[in-house]
Design a protein around this ligand. Structure first.
Ligand code: B12
Length: 220
């Protein structure tokens, strides 16, 4: 729709300029006018790429990244977004433990993955950010999840992910859980290096993979 095209452009600009008030106003208006929450998410993500570029160009600094993170989270917390991402369906198809690996504090992508998994009837145990490998092992032992999701946005997180998989092996529980790693920098080669069962550069692709790992009768 022509109208949404214009709104998208304005929204991307507002995110890039870290104009919190305008981002929230435009997001609410777009949702009220019928924009799909997933489409809104894509638009805000595009604005975040702009923020990242400005950071690389040294126009923005760490405080600006923090502000960008706050704005994104506020968008995710709008009523129509939480409705979309959190299912109140009591039928659970599987359990997932998820966390951002050691050394990495980024959690927006992980939170999106969590919300989408919940919307797909998974029970999600979220361990937060900068999670040490020992805690992943402990929680896998405690909750016996079907899937362990490791998030990492910084490119240097590949080794931390590998360490988690190795720690699972050492604890003798690697065979009990499927491991998915998520982050834009991941590739098939990185996935093999880490020893994960699958990887995704985008939360929605990750969810599809996880749903496919379920036994057929568990799928919606
Ligand atoms: C906001 C932000 C921050 C905030 C994060 C706030 C928060 N609560 O998350 C704060 C201020 C903490 C931050 C800090 C830093 N940041 Co920062 N940050 C960003 C920024 C602008 C946006 C990240 C974001 O949320 N994107 C939107 C989400 C939706 O995308 P995403 O996280 O990639 O998630 C997607 C996928 O990766 C995937 N996914 C993610 N997790 C998972 C998990 C699973 C299981 C699955 C399946 C999929 C999946 O799905 C998501 C999309 O659907 C990016 C720029 C960018 N272009 O991304 C830089 C960026 C990631 N940051 C960067 C840097 C360098 C840093 C710092 C080192 C800066 C510094 N000098 O201190 C620190 C590192 C701190 C640390 N130890 O982690 C670099 C990373 C460079 C690199 N190659 O590693 C980037 C790319 C900026 C840049 N262009 O230079 N940052």
């Amino acid at each position: 729709m022509e109208h949404f095209k214009l709104v998208k452009k304005e929204l991307i600009n507002a995110v890039e300029q870290l104009n919190e008030e305008t981002v929230l106003k435009l997001s609410e208006e777009a949702l009220a006018a019928g924009m799909e929450p997933f489409d809104l998410l894509e638009v805000v993500k595009e604005g975040m790429l702009g923020v990242g570029r400005l950071y690389e160009q040294k126009v923005y600094f760490i405080a600006d990244l923090i502000m960008a993170g706050i704005i994104f989270k506020e968008v995710l917390e709008l009523d129509k977004m939480t409705e979309q991402f959190h299912s109140n369906n009591s039928r659970k198809v599987g359990t997932v433990v998820v966390g951002t690996v050691s050394g990495d504090l980024h959690d927006i992508g992980k939170d999106i993955f969590r919300g989408m998994m919940e919307a797909n009837c998974f029970e999600v145990i979220d361990l937060g950010v900068d999670v040490p490998k020992e805690l992943f092992v402990k929680k896998v032992m405690e909750y016996k999840p079907d899937i362990l999701g490791l998030a990492g946005v910084l490119t240097c997180t590949t080794d931390a992910m590998r360490d988690v998989v190795y720690a699972l092996k050492e604890a003798g529980i690697r065979h009990r859980v499927k491991v998915i790693v998520g982050g834009k920098h991941l590739t098939a080669d990185a996935c093999r290096y880490i020893g994960a069962d699958g990887y995704a550069n985008d939360a929605s692709d990750g969810v599809k993979l996880c749903v496919n790992w379920l036994p057929k009768e568990g799928r919606k």
